[in-house]
Design a protein around this ligand. Structure first.
Ligand code: PLP
Length: 409
């Protein structure tokens, strides 16, 4: 489809390719296998000479329709979807890194991503965790064998933000794959391609799906990286457009071999959610900014972490890179308040571990999702015992403020 606005593109994306009966939605294809009336055709598909559907662990038309939407949202060239966001990140590592490689990761990471990267040492891959808010520290982390660098757009839970443009320049200079996890901003608030990212991860489970009713993940190739300089590629996948070589290996090794396939039913639900991503993001961001201002002025809240506040250390970077400041916020309560009492006093806000739902969610992070990593690593990430993470939804703002006001009182 020619370049249209963000929402127009998603809404009309299925229809732009012929669907039987003039249906507006891509149907949920449940077939595992696909018939070939001419046996030579199936051979050509397997040999990569023709495109076609073979077996649903690897390709499914409903999933392909979602992949095309994500590619359009990120202004990329190709996307592979997975069963979860974690599967997408795992597939990237498994498909593209090797023993003896070096990998740079932000030290401010989603808890499971941190846990995953800590396992890389078991496979002979060296990982450096760096403070991405310190560009000089990032610059100093590159080595001759560095293959990839991984950052998140807004770190969870304390909302640290790196100078992603400067980091993109460093990756370009060093010929390193720059992979940006865009989950906290979503392609509506930010396109990592703008800071020269070569690959973008989205946990579709969060705000792209938006309704907290389906898991899914995606990796998108932006087309900016020259894969001819990447020496971990298998010769078989170095065919055709070099911009797609890395993604081909992710599809073949990362998806086909691991089998972390997105179900077509989930793909359909996520595609429906994506239609209203922009509308929901505008609303949740506006709600989040109002709440951040409310908390900042409240005597029982010690700290508010929200990039939309002028007091946020990376407010200026966020303002120049992101369309709005997103749905993620954390607060540190006054020492006189027990965070469990506070959470139990909330009536509307849901105590839950998810993010990017239409409903506002709250969780005491040190005791739950960041518990396993231990106190030392938590301190490094700025997580205190009284830190409460909030994922702001699309409720009416007066109701949200009233609920927090009452719980704090
Ligand atoms: C949730 C999340 C993931 C993992 O996604 P799942 O779909 O839950 O596997 C990865 N990165 C970030 C930033 C996330 O918030």
């Amino acid at each position: 489809m020619s370049k249209k606005g963000f929402t127009t593109t998603i809404l009309h994306s299925d229809r732009s390719k012929a669907i039987e009966h003039g249906a507006l939605h891509k149907p949920i294809h449940t077939s595992v296998a696909f018939e070939y009336r001419h046996s030579r055709d199936i051979a050509e598909v397997f040999q990569g000479k023709k495109s076609g559907y073979t077996y649903a662990r690897q390709v499914n038309p409903t999933v392909t329709a979602l992949e095309d939407k994500v590619t359009a949202m990120e202004d990329g060239v190709a996307t592979t979807c997975f069963s979860t966001g974690m599967a997408a990140i795992t597939a990237f590592l498994f498909a593209l890194l090797k023993e003896g490689d070096h990998f740079i990761a932000s030290s401010f990471l989603f808890g499971n991503t941190n846990s995953l990267f800590n396992s890389l040492g078991n496979f002979g891959i060296d990982v450096s965790f760096v403070d991405i808010t310190d560009t000089a520290a990032v610059a100093a982390a590159f080595r001759a064998n560095t293959k990839a660098l991984f950052v998140e757009t807004i770190a969870n839970p304390c909302t640290q933000i790196g100078d992603l443009g400067a980091i993109g320049d460093l990756c370009e200079q060093h010929g390193v794959v720059y992979i940006v996890d865009n989950t906290m901003t979503s392609p509506y608030l930010f396109r990592p391609k703008a800071v020269k990212a070569s690959m973008v991860v989205n946990s579709l489970t969060k705000c792209v799906g938006g309704h907290g009713d389906a898991l899914g993940g995606a990796i998108t190739e932006t087309g900016l990286f020259d894969w001819r300089q990447f020496d971990n590629l298998i010769d078989n996948y170095k065919k055709g457009d070099p911009r797609l070589w890395g993604m081909t290996q992710i599809k073949k090794k990362g998806l086909r071999d691991t089998g972390a396939t997105l179900a077509p039913q989930a793909a359909h639900i996520l595609a429906l959610g994506a239609e209203t991503l922009a509308l929901r993001q505008e609303r949740s961001s506006a709600n989040a900014l109002s709440l951040a201002q409310f908390f900042e002025a409240h005597p029982k809240v010690n700290k508010v972490y929200y990039p939309g506040l002028e007091s946020h250390p990376q407010h200026a970077i966020a303002a120049s890179n992101y369309r709005t400041f997103g749905f993620l916020m954390s607060i540190e309560l006054h020492d006189s308040i027990d965070c469990f009492d506070f959470l139990d006093a909330l009536e509307l806000v849901v105590v839950s571990s998810n993010l990017g739902d239409n409903r506002t969610l709250a969780i005491p992070v040190a005791h739950t999702i960041f518990y396993e990593m231990g106190a030392a690593r938590r301190a490094e990430m700025g997580i205190a015992d009284g830190t409460v993470r909030l994922s702001i939804g699309i409720e009416d703002i007066d109701d949200l403020i009233a609920d927090f006001e009452r719980a704090l009182a």
